[in-house]
Design a protein around this ligand. Structure first.
Ligand code: GLY
Length: 399
Protein backbone atom coordinates (compact mmCIF):
# COMPACT_ATOMS: atom_id res chain seq x y z
CA UNK A 1 0.00 0.00 0.00
CA UNK A 2 2.80 2.39 0.89
CA UNK A 3 4.04 2.17 -2.66
CA UNK A 4 0.77 3.01 -4.31
CA UNK A 5 1.24 6.80 -4.56
CA UNK A 6 4.63 6.22 -6.20
CA UNK A 7 3.13 3.71 -8.59
CA UNK A 8 0.37 6.21 -9.40
CA UNK A 9 2.93 8.95 -10.07
CA UNK A 10 4.95 6.62 -12.26
CA UNK A 11 1.82 5.53 -14.11
CA UNK A 12 0.80 9.15 -14.67
CA UNK A 13 4.27 9.99 -15.94
CA UNK A 14 4.22 6.98 -18.25
CA UNK A 15 0.77 7.92 -19.59
CA UNK A 16 1.74 11.56 -20.11
CA UNK A 17 4.95 10.51 -21.94
CA UNK A 18 2.88 8.18 -24.08
CA UNK A 19 0.40 10.96 -24.64
CA UNK A 20 3.16 13.35 -25.65
CA UNK A 21 4.24 10.98 -28.38
CA UNK A 22 0.80 9.78 -29.43
CA UNK A 23 -1.41 12.83 -29.60
CA UNK A 24 -0.18 13.23 -33.16
CA UNK A 25 -2.12 10.60 -35.06
CA UNK A 26 0.55 9.29 -37.39
CA UNK A 27 -1.62 6.41 -38.62
CA UNK A 28 -4.39 8.80 -39.64
CA UNK A 29 -1.94 10.92 -41.68
CA UNK A 30 -0.37 7.85 -43.29
CA UNK A 31 -3.85 6.70 -44.30
CA UNK A 32 -4.43 10.15 -45.77
CA UNK A 33 -1.26 9.86 -47.88
CA UNK A 34 -2.34 6.42 -49.07
CA UNK A 35 -5.74 7.74 -50.16
CA UNK A 36 -4.29 10.74 -51.98
CA UNK A 37 -1.73 8.53 -53.78
CA UNK A 38 -4.51 6.20 -54.93
CA UNK A 39 -6.21 9.23 -56.49
CA UNK A 40 -2.99 10.10 -58.34
CA UNK A 41 -2.58 6.49 -59.51
CA UNK A 42 -6.03 6.66 -61.04
CA UNK A 43 -5.05 9.82 -62.97
CA UNK A 44 -1.54 9.09 -64.27
CA UNK A 45 -1.71 8.66 -68.07
CA UNK A 46 1.16 6.14 -68.27
CA UNK A 47 4.20 4.77 -66.40
CA UNK A 48 6.69 7.03 -68.15
CA UNK A 49 5.13 10.21 -66.76
CA UNK A 50 5.98 11.37 -63.25
CA UNK A 51 3.93 13.85 -61.19
CA UNK A 52 5.98 16.94 -60.35
CA UNK A 53 3.76 19.85 -59.24
CA UNK A 54 0.26 21.28 -59.54
CA UNK A 55 0.10 24.72 -61.14
CA UNK A 56 -1.82 27.53 -59.50
CA UNK A 57 -5.52 27.32 -60.34
CA UNK A 58 -5.25 23.69 -61.52
CA UNK A 59 -6.23 20.50 -59.74
CA UNK A 60 -4.22 17.96 -61.78
CA UNK A 61 -0.53 17.16 -61.62
CA UNK A 62 1.86 18.50 -64.24
CA UNK A 63 3.99 15.54 -65.35
CA UNK A 64 7.66 15.26 -66.31
CA UNK A 65 9.66 12.53 -68.02
CA UNK A 66 12.47 10.33 -66.69
CA UNK A 67 15.18 12.98 -67.26
CA UNK A 68 13.70 15.50 -64.81
CA UNK A 69 15.49 15.80 -61.47
CA UNK A 70 12.25 15.08 -59.58
CA UNK A 71 11.40 11.83 -61.42
CA UNK A 72 12.51 9.57 -58.55
CA UNK A 73 10.16 10.97 -55.91
CA UNK A 74 6.92 9.41 -57.20
CA UNK A 75 8.37 5.87 -57.41
CA UNK A 76 9.86 6.49 -53.96
CA UNK A 77 6.42 7.39 -52.59
CA UNK A 78 4.97 4.23 -54.15
CA UNK A 79 7.69 2.04 -52.56
CA UNK A 80 7.09 3.62 -49.16
CA UNK A 81 3.34 3.10 -49.51
CA UNK A 82 3.92 -0.52 -50.49
CA UNK A 83 6.03 -0.94 -47.37
CA UNK A 84 3.30 0.69 -45.27
CA UNK A 85 0.23 -1.02 -46.76
CA UNK A 86 1.58 -4.27 -48.19
CA UNK A 87 -0.79 -3.67 -51.11
CA UNK A 88 0.61 -5.32 -54.28
CA UNK A 89 -0.85 -2.56 -56.45
CA UNK A 90 1.70 -0.14 -54.98
CA UNK A 91 4.48 -2.65 -55.61
CA UNK A 92 3.48 -3.18 -59.26
CA UNK A 93 3.21 0.54 -59.92
CA UNK A 94 6.42 1.31 -58.01
CA UNK A 95 8.31 -1.31 -59.98
CA UNK A 96 7.17 -0.07 -63.38
CA UNK A 97 7.80 3.60 -62.54
CA UNK A 98 11.23 2.69 -61.15
CA UNK A 99 12.29 0.68 -64.20
CA UNK A 100 11.40 3.63 -66.45
CA UNK A 101 14.30 5.49 -64.84
CA UNK A 102 17.02 2.87 -65.39
CA UNK A 103 18.51 4.47 -68.49
CA UNK A 104 19.47 7.55 -66.42
CA UNK A 105 22.14 5.40 -64.78
CA UNK A 106 23.75 4.51 -68.11
CA UNK A 107 23.77 7.97 -69.69
CA UNK A 108 27.02 9.93 -69.29
CA UNK A 109 26.67 11.65 -65.94
CA UNK A 110 24.78 14.86 -66.57
CA UNK A 111 23.92 16.09 -63.09
CA UNK A 112 24.34 15.40 -59.37
CA UNK A 113 20.58 14.82 -59.34
CA UNK A 114 21.22 11.21 -60.36
CA UNK A 115 21.01 10.53 -56.63
CA UNK A 116 17.54 12.05 -56.24
CA UNK A 117 16.37 10.25 -59.37
CA UNK A 118 17.80 6.80 -58.73
CA UNK A 119 18.30 6.40 -54.99
CA UNK A 120 14.70 7.42 -54.20
CA UNK A 121 13.37 4.99 -56.82
CA UNK A 122 15.78 2.03 -57.09
CA UNK A 123 17.20 2.60 -53.61
CA UNK A 124 13.82 2.37 -51.89
CA UNK A 125 12.90 -0.47 -54.23
CA UNK A 126 16.02 -2.42 -53.24
CA UNK A 127 15.51 -1.68 -49.54
CA UNK A 128 11.98 -3.04 -49.68
CA UNK A 129 12.39 -5.99 -52.12
CA UNK A 130 16.13 -6.85 -52.32
CA UNK A 131 15.66 -7.29 -56.08
CA UNK A 132 19.21 -7.76 -57.44
CA UNK A 133 18.37 -6.08 -60.76
CA UNK A 134 17.77 -2.84 -58.82
CA UNK A 135 21.16 -3.19 -57.17
CA UNK A 136 22.89 -3.33 -60.57
CA UNK A 137 21.32 -0.04 -61.63
CA UNK A 138 22.22 1.64 -58.32
CA UNK A 139 25.86 0.62 -58.64
CA UNK A 140 25.99 1.96 -62.20
CA UNK A 141 24.37 5.22 -61.04
CA UNK A 142 26.92 5.65 -58.24
CA UNK A 143 29.82 5.10 -60.65
CA UNK A 144 28.30 7.65 -63.00
CA UNK A 145 27.83 10.22 -60.20
CA UNK A 146 31.42 9.67 -59.06
CA UNK A 147 32.74 10.76 -62.49
CA UNK A 148 31.66 14.31 -61.54
CA UNK A 149 34.04 14.37 -58.55
CA UNK A 150 37.02 16.71 -58.90
CA UNK A 151 39.87 15.60 -56.57
CA UNK A 152 41.67 18.96 -56.81
CA UNK A 153 38.61 20.69 -55.40
CA UNK A 154 37.23 17.86 -53.30
CA UNK A 155 33.59 18.09 -54.39
CA UNK A 156 31.23 16.80 -57.05
CA UNK A 157 30.41 19.11 -59.97
CA UNK A 158 26.69 19.55 -59.30
CA UNK A 159 25.54 21.22 -62.50
CA UNK A 160 27.69 20.43 -65.56
CA UNK A 161 25.17 22.39 -67.66
CA UNK A 162 26.08 25.60 -65.77
CA UNK A 163 29.80 25.39 -66.53
CA UNK A 164 29.41 27.17 -69.87
CA UNK A 165 26.01 28.75 -69.42
CA UNK A 166 26.92 30.66 -66.24
CA UNK A 167 30.70 30.49 -66.57
CA UNK A 168 30.89 28.47 -63.31
CA UNK A 169 33.90 26.20 -64.05
CA UNK A 170 33.16 23.89 -61.11
CA UNK A 171 29.98 24.51 -59.14
CA UNK A 172 28.74 22.72 -56.05
CA UNK A 173 25.26 23.29 -54.68
CA UNK A 174 24.16 22.47 -51.15
CA UNK A 175 21.46 20.12 -52.50
CA UNK A 176 24.30 17.83 -53.59
CA UNK A 177 24.73 16.70 -49.97
CA UNK A 178 21.58 14.61 -50.39
CA UNK A 179 23.05 12.62 -53.25
CA UNK A 180 26.01 11.38 -51.22
CA UNK A 181 23.61 8.77 -49.83
CA UNK A 182 23.77 6.89 -53.14
CA UNK A 183 27.58 6.80 -52.93
CA UNK A 184 27.57 5.57 -49.32
CA UNK A 185 25.05 2.88 -50.22
CA UNK A 186 27.07 1.74 -53.24
CA UNK A 187 30.32 1.64 -51.23
CA UNK A 188 28.65 -0.80 -48.79
CA UNK A 189 27.16 -2.90 -51.56
CA UNK A 190 30.13 -3.79 -53.75
CA UNK A 191 30.91 -0.40 -55.29
CA UNK A 192 34.21 0.00 -53.42
CA UNK A 193 35.96 2.26 -50.92
CA UNK A 194 36.55 5.00 -53.51
CA UNK A 195 32.85 5.92 -53.46
CA UNK A 196 32.88 6.23 -49.67
CA UNK A 197 36.00 8.41 -49.83
CA UNK A 198 34.42 10.71 -52.42
CA UNK A 199 31.29 11.14 -50.30
CA UNK A 200 33.29 11.96 -47.16
CA UNK A 201 35.60 14.37 -49.00
CA UNK A 202 32.63 16.15 -50.58
CA UNK A 203 31.01 16.54 -47.15
CA UNK A 204 34.23 17.87 -45.59
CA UNK A 205 34.87 20.38 -48.39
CA UNK A 206 31.25 21.54 -48.26
CA UNK A 207 31.49 21.94 -44.50
CA UNK A 208 34.58 24.10 -44.95
CA UNK A 209 33.51 26.28 -47.87
CA UNK A 210 29.75 26.44 -48.09
CA UNK A 211 28.76 27.85 -44.66
CA UNK A 212 28.76 31.24 -42.99
CA UNK A 213 29.97 31.70 -39.40
CA UNK A 214 26.34 31.34 -38.18
CA UNK A 215 26.06 27.94 -39.99
CA UNK A 216 23.57 29.13 -42.60
CA UNK A 217 24.71 28.09 -46.06
CA UNK A 218 25.37 29.47 -49.51
CA UNK A 219 23.38 27.75 -52.22
CA UNK A 220 26.24 27.63 -54.74
CA UNK A 221 30.03 27.69 -54.41
CA UNK A 222 31.99 28.24 -57.63
CA UNK A 223 35.54 26.85 -57.68
CA UNK A 224 38.62 27.27 -59.85
CA UNK A 225 39.31 23.89 -61.46
CA UNK A 226 43.10 24.20 -61.49
CA UNK A 227 43.81 25.63 -58.07
CA UNK A 228 40.74 24.34 -56.22
CA UNK A 229 40.27 27.85 -54.84
CA UNK A 230 36.79 29.29 -54.14
CA UNK A 231 35.92 31.90 -56.78
CA UNK A 232 32.58 32.98 -55.35
CA UNK A 233 29.73 32.05 -53.05
CA UNK A 234 26.32 32.87 -54.47
CA UNK A 235 22.68 31.93 -54.61
CA UNK A 236 20.63 30.50 -57.44
CA UNK A 237 17.26 29.73 -55.86
CA UNK A 238 17.47 31.92 -52.77
CA UNK A 239 16.65 35.59 -52.24
CA UNK A 240 20.24 36.87 -52.20
CA UNK A 241 23.83 35.68 -51.93
CA UNK A 242 23.77 36.41 -48.20
CA UNK A 243 20.32 35.04 -47.39
CA UNK A 244 19.30 31.68 -45.90
CA UNK A 245 17.30 29.84 -48.58
CA UNK A 246 14.95 27.58 -46.64
CA UNK A 247 15.25 24.39 -48.67
CA UNK A 248 19.01 24.78 -48.96
CA UNK A 249 19.29 24.78 -45.18
CA UNK A 250 16.90 21.82 -45.00
CA UNK A 251 19.06 19.84 -47.46
CA UNK A 252 22.07 20.58 -45.26
CA UNK A 253 20.35 19.40 -42.04
CA UNK A 254 19.28 16.18 -43.73
CA UNK A 255 22.58 15.73 -45.57
CA UNK A 256 24.93 16.10 -42.60
CA UNK A 257 22.69 13.94 -40.39
CA UNK A 258 22.89 11.23 -43.07
CA UNK A 259 26.69 11.63 -43.35
CA UNK A 260 26.93 11.08 -39.59
CA UNK A 261 24.79 7.94 -39.91
CA UNK A 262 27.16 6.59 -42.56
CA UNK A 263 30.48 7.59 -40.97
CA UNK A 264 29.83 7.72 -37.20
CA UNK A 265 32.26 10.66 -37.12
CA UNK A 266 31.31 13.01 -34.26
CA UNK A 267 32.26 16.13 -36.24
CA UNK A 268 29.41 15.49 -38.69
CA UNK A 269 26.89 15.08 -35.86
CA UNK A 270 28.07 18.31 -34.21
CA UNK A 271 27.83 20.09 -37.55
CA UNK A 272 24.34 18.74 -38.33
CA UNK A 273 23.18 20.12 -34.97
CA UNK A 274 24.66 23.57 -35.62
CA UNK A 275 23.07 23.70 -39.05
CA UNK A 276 19.73 22.57 -37.56
CA UNK A 277 19.92 25.01 -34.66
CA UNK A 278 20.20 28.16 -36.79
CA UNK A 279 17.22 26.97 -38.85
CA UNK A 280 15.15 26.27 -35.71
CA UNK A 281 16.08 29.57 -34.07
CA UNK A 282 14.93 31.58 -37.06
CA UNK A 283 11.65 29.79 -37.83
CA UNK A 284 8.30 31.56 -37.61
CA UNK A 285 5.95 30.46 -34.82
CA UNK A 286 4.17 27.76 -36.84
CA UNK A 287 7.55 26.17 -37.77
CA UNK A 288 6.92 26.26 -41.54
CA UNK A 289 9.60 28.49 -43.09
CA UNK A 290 9.08 31.24 -45.56
CA UNK A 291 10.75 30.21 -48.84
CA UNK A 292 13.80 32.23 -47.77
CA UNK A 293 14.47 33.27 -44.17
CA UNK A 294 15.47 36.73 -45.47
CA UNK A 295 12.62 37.20 -47.95
CA UNK A 296 11.88 40.95 -47.96
CA UNK A 297 8.09 40.59 -47.78
CA UNK A 298 7.85 38.44 -44.64
CA UNK A 299 5.16 37.85 -43.23
CA UNK A 300 3.49 37.95 -46.65
CA UNK A 301 6.15 35.89 -48.41
CA UNK A 302 5.17 32.39 -49.65
CA UNK A 303 6.06 29.46 -47.41
CA UNK A 304 7.98 26.36 -48.38
CA UNK A 305 6.26 23.25 -47.04
CA UNK A 306 8.88 21.12 -48.80
CA UNK A 307 11.65 22.56 -46.60
CA UNK A 308 9.51 21.80 -43.54
CA UNK A 309 8.95 18.19 -44.66
CA UNK A 310 12.66 17.60 -45.40
CA UNK A 311 13.58 19.11 -42.04
CA UNK A 312 10.97 17.14 -40.07
CA UNK A 313 12.30 13.90 -41.52
CA UNK A 314 15.92 14.91 -40.82
CA UNK A 315 15.20 16.02 -37.23
CA UNK A 316 13.54 12.71 -36.43
CA UNK A 317 16.71 10.93 -37.49
CA UNK A 318 18.94 13.48 -35.75
CA UNK A 319 16.99 13.00 -32.50
CA UNK A 320 17.97 9.32 -32.47
CA UNK A 321 21.72 10.12 -32.59
CA UNK A 322 22.01 13.04 -30.15
CA UNK A 323 23.08 11.77 -26.73
CA UNK A 324 22.04 14.80 -24.70
CA UNK A 325 18.43 14.05 -23.71
CA UNK A 326 17.09 17.60 -23.71
CA UNK A 327 18.46 18.34 -27.18
CA UNK A 328 17.33 15.03 -28.57
CA UNK A 329 13.81 15.65 -27.23
CA UNK A 330 13.84 19.15 -28.65
CA UNK A 331 14.58 17.84 -32.18
CA UNK A 332 11.95 15.12 -31.79
CA UNK A 333 9.28 17.50 -30.43
CA UNK A 334 10.01 20.11 -33.11
CA UNK A 335 9.70 17.45 -35.84
CA UNK A 336 6.31 16.39 -34.48
CA UNK A 337 5.15 20.00 -34.24
CA UNK A 338 6.18 20.51 -37.89
CA UNK A 339 4.31 17.37 -38.93
CA UNK A 340 1.24 18.51 -36.99
CA UNK A 341 1.23 21.84 -38.79
CA UNK A 342 1.79 20.18 -42.18
CA UNK A 343 -1.12 17.84 -41.37
CA UNK A 344 -3.52 20.72 -40.67
CA UNK A 345 -6.19 21.91 -43.11
CA UNK A 346 -3.90 24.83 -43.96
CA UNK A 347 -1.21 22.60 -45.47
CA UNK A 348 -2.89 19.33 -46.50
CA UNK A 349 -4.40 19.31 -49.99
CA UNK A 350 -7.29 16.99 -49.04
CA UNK A 351 -10.12 17.38 -51.58
CA UNK A 352 -8.47 20.36 -53.33
CA UNK A 353 -6.16 18.14 -55.41
CA UNK A 354 -4.34 14.77 -55.35
CA UNK A 355 -1.09 15.91 -53.73
CA UNK A 356 -0.45 15.41 -50.01
CA UNK A 357 0.62 18.99 -49.29
CA UNK A 358 -0.01 22.54 -50.47
CA UNK A 359 2.31 25.60 -50.24
CA UNK A 360 5.77 24.62 -51.44
CA UNK A 361 8.04 26.98 -53.31
CA UNK A 362 10.42 25.59 -55.94
CA UNK A 363 12.34 28.41 -57.60
CA UNK A 364 11.17 31.86 -56.55
CA UNK A 365 13.76 33.93 -58.49
CA UNK A 366 12.36 32.64 -61.80
CA UNK A 367 8.78 32.50 -60.42
CA UNK A 368 8.83 28.73 -60.84
CA UNK A 369 6.43 26.63 -58.76
CA UNK A 370 5.63 29.27 -56.16
CA UNK A 371 3.23 28.34 -53.35
CA UNK A 372 2.02 25.10 -54.97
CA UNK A 373 2.04 21.34 -54.28
CA UNK A 374 5.41 19.80 -55.27
CA UNK A 375 6.18 16.10 -55.30
CA UNK A 376 9.32 16.25 -53.14
CA UNK A 377 7.34 17.85 -50.29
CA UNK A 378 5.04 14.83 -50.42
CA UNK A 379 7.97 12.40 -50.53
CA UNK A 380 9.66 13.75 -47.39
CA UNK A 381 6.33 14.23 -45.56
CA UNK A 382 5.53 10.54 -46.07
CA UNK A 383 9.10 9.56 -45.15
CA UNK A 384 8.87 11.58 -41.94
CA UNK A 385 5.55 9.96 -41.00
CA UNK A 386 7.04 6.50 -41.56
CA UNK A 387 10.12 7.43 -39.55
CA UNK A 388 7.95 8.63 -36.69
CA UNK A 389 5.95 5.40 -36.72
CA UNK A 390 9.22 3.44 -36.72
CA UNK A 391 10.64 5.42 -33.79
CA UNK A 392 7.41 5.04 -31.81
CA UNK A 393 7.43 1.29 -32.40
CA UNK A 394 11.12 0.51 -31.89
CA UNK A 395 12.72 3.64 -30.33
CA UNK A 396 15.20 3.67 -33.18
CA UNK A 397 15.36 4.14 -36.91
CA UNK A 398 15.97 1.38 -39.38
CA UNK A 399 15.75 3.51 -42.53
N1 GLY B 1 17.55 21.48 -56.91
C1 GLY B 1 16.73 21.02 -55.88
C2 GLY B 1 15.87 22.03 -55.25
O1 GLY B 1 15.24 22.82 -55.91
O2 GLY B 1 15.81 22.05 -54.07
Amino acid sequence: MRHLPYIAILATLFISCQHKQNDFEVQKELKYCEQQARKTLAQIPNDSLFPRSISKGKTNWDYVDRADWTSGFWPGILWNLYQYTGDKLFKIKADSATRELASNAYTASFDHDLGFMLYNSFGNGYRVTKDSSYKKVLLAAADSLATLFNPTIGTILSWPSMVKKMNWPHNTIIDNMMNLELLFWAAKNGGGQKLYDIAVKHALTTMKNQFRPDYSNYHVVVYDTTTGRVIKRITHQGYSDSSMWARGQAWAIYGFTMVYRETHEQKFLDFAQKVANVYLQRLPKDLIPYWDFNAPDIPNAPRDASAAAVTASALLELSTYVGEKRQSENYFDKAIAMLKELSSSKYQSREKNDAFLLHSTGNMPIHGEVDVPIIYADYYYLEALLRLKEIENTHKLKF
